[in-house]
Write a protein that binds this ligand. Structure first.
Ligand code: SF4
Length: 356
């Protein structure tokens, strides 16, 4: 890390600001890096860095966790998932609690591992919980396609895959011009391309920049945005992560997504239904779709009382403005999804001791 460069950029940023500027990032990795660097304390107090819905676990609907537990209990399957989902609570508890009761729940680190698991345990039904954004979708699509090509008949996908553009449209409409700039997620842009985010400046006239994940990437993004905002350049857009992000993104990955998924409305935890915001497995691959193979309750559940995750995800509140923060809600006893995931704004604030 070039400390002199960072210090100079931060000083430049602080010298430009005369009135409050709110900048939102929508990526858990950006949230973590901002907290790790202590950027909120280094930047002028007039700059408010907000954490939007960039943590996939935080926006996964409670009903989804209920479905996973229901499949586990009713159908004697093996549930395979990433570690972050284990502690997320639905109406019927969490997968961690189910594992504690002796249920077969396993953690993996790559969706492609499930192909090996399904082939190794042919006598078992394996259900993979696939949660994420455009970044995760191609690898789940590849796993689905591979399962079809290899004739695997004991593997099912329970997915909750969300799209970043529709939720940003929602936030921009809801925010009523109260968010002045956006740091766009470099990971999603790697797949979808930088052009995917140009609606932010073109339609809503809010400056935006695609940023990478090094300290200097993020500070350079904030520098760029503050400069455009203070100069009144509402239509500014810049891809500052050109070493990984092209304007059109990764064609192979997008073809895989199109091959396996349809775009449909999606449920966002604490926020509600957002039009055309989720990826659902196409009819062609329906035999792998756990929602179609297993009979599931389709009941909507209430969001936990007292949890302000919705307002936090929409940039209207910070974690410390939630009355449960550190008072009944902590990583050991999370009351909402923003405290569960290591990429959640509340968890990051709790662990790094910095307001997110
Ligand atoms: Fe929800 Fe806990 Fe965050 Fe409050 S501190 S918003 S209860 S996750």
């Amino acid at each position: 890390m070039d400390k002199d460069l960072l210090t100079n950029l931060i000083n430049e940023v602080n010298s430009m600001v005369t009135e409050e500027i709110k900048i939102m990032e929508v990526c858990g990795t950006h949230t973590q890096m901002i907290a790790k660097l202590g950027l909120r304390t280094l930047l002028s107090s007039k700059i408010k860095l907000l954490s939007g819905p960039g943590c996939p676990v935080c926006v996964t609907e409670e009903r989804y966790i209920d479905w996973a537990i229901e499949i586990l209990n009713r159908y004697n399957v093996t549930v395979v998932t990433f570690g972050d989902l284990m502690k997320v609570r639905g109406r019927k508890g969490s997968l961690l609690e189910e594992k504690g009761k002796g249920k077969d729940v396993r953690i993996i680190y790559s969706p492609l591992d499930i192909i090996d698991i399904a082939e190794k345990y042919r006598g078992k039904q394996i259900v993979f919980l696939g949660v994420g954004f455009e970044t995760t979708a191609p690898i789940i699509a590849l796993a689905t396609k591979t399962a079809a090509e290899r004739g695997i008949d004991n593997l099912y996908f329970l997915t909750s895959l969300k799209l970043m553009a529709p939720i940003l449209h929602y936030i921009l409409k809801e925010s009523n011009n109260q968010i002045h700039g956006f740091i766009c997620p470099g990971h999603v842009a790697t797949i979808k391309g930088s052009d995917y985010f140009k609606f932010i400046n073109r339609k809503y006239h809010v400056p935006a920049a695609v940023c990478g994940f090094e300290a200097v990437d993020i500070v350079a993004g904030i520098y760029y945005l503050v400069k455009q905002i203070t100069q009144g350049k509402e239509d500014a857009f810049q891809n500052l992560y050109k070493r990984c992000v092209s304007p059109q993104g990764n064609t192979t990955a997008n073809l895989l997504i199109d091959e396996v998924f349809n775009i449909l409305d999606g449920e966002w935890r604490g926020i509600g239904n957002i039009e055309n915001s989720s990826l659902q497995i196409k009819e062609k691959y329906a035999r792998f779709d756990a929602r179609k193979v297993f009979v599931l309750e389709n009941q909507q559940v209430k969001v936990s009382m007292g949890c302000d995750c919705k307002d936090i995800l929409l940039g209207k509140k910070t974690p410390r403005e939630c009355k449960l923060f550190k008072k009944g809600c902590n990583p050991m006893s999370p009351q909402g999804p923003c405290m569960v995931s290591t990429e959640g704004a509340c968890s990051i604030d709790y662990r790094y001791g910095e307001e997110v």
